[in-house]
Design a protein around this ligand. Sequence first.
Ligand SMILES: Nc1ncnc2c1ncn2[C@@H]1O[C@H](COP(=O)(O)OP(=O)(O)OP(=O)(O)O)[C@@H](O)[C@H]1O
Ligand SMILES: [Mg+2]
Length: 273
Amino acid sequence: MSVSLYITSGKGGVGKSTLTANLGAALIARGCSVVIIDADIGLRSMDALLGLENEVVYDLIDVAKKDCSLSQALLVSHRVPGLNLLPASQFARARDLEKNRLKKIIGELKQKFDYVLIDSPAGIERGFRTVLNAGIDESLLIVTPDDICIRDAERAAQVIEHKELPRPRIIVNRLDPDLIFRKEMLPARVIADTLDLPLLGEIPEDPAVYRSVLRHTLFMQYDCSARRAVLRIAGRLQGEIVPLPEIGLERPSLWKRLLTHRNLKEVTPIDSH
Ligand SMILES: Nc1ncnc2c1ncn2[C@@H]1O[C@H](COP(=O)(O)OP(=O)(O)OP(=O)(O)O)[C@@H](O)[C@H]1O
Ligand SMILES: [Mg+2]
């Protein structure tokens, strides 16, 4: 049975697009067929994350407006064979995408692929709501461990539940094990409990993520902690029991404690005149 998954957040810039691309690769590694829809109309990024930025000819809006067929618009990643992309339009606006058209496109893609992953625009405005009304099966809410992001996630979750969709599952991104151990950062479990939503996974802050984004590749191609975390999330999505929590349980090494995260040193406030 195929599934359409909406990867979203309240606050922007929390790692939705990066995680969507890499989760796609993780599901492919597990033998599934996957297509990603870039629903961030006007601010497309998924084509670049997948190294396909020079190959976009048609996009989601072209398909919705019937200017081309769905198969004409689909691109396939060279780095992750089998990972398909329906790119976003660079110049259109969210209002150019009509919910019934998107619903039809998602329906058609579900007939061809096991997973239809939909990358969300930032915020809970028009673009976000159009996808919620377009027949998605489930949503994954990405949160970073700070109170502003948690508050915005709560708002997004309310909008999702208001549409009578299943309660979103939480992925907490950019966790720092040392800060969690020192009780300076909220652990993922506390964030999920605060939001009263089920926790699907935890992803550490990992320099490999940034380095792979710069190279227009996926961190799933490198041996790194973010990769291992996303593989565990893919397992849970497919019903495997992979225990949580994972991050922040162990005492950091003495070396790490000495070199990193020294106490914050306050400086004299900047003079206003
Ligand atoms: N676990 C991580 N470790 C380190 N860097 C990360 C991690 N997750 C995301 N990032 C970085 O955060 C930045 C924002 O990521 P991304 O563009 O995927 O966020 P987004 O939620 O899609 O943003 P927008 O809301 O603008 O669409 C990127 O530079 C990415 O490299
Ligand atoms: Mg994005």
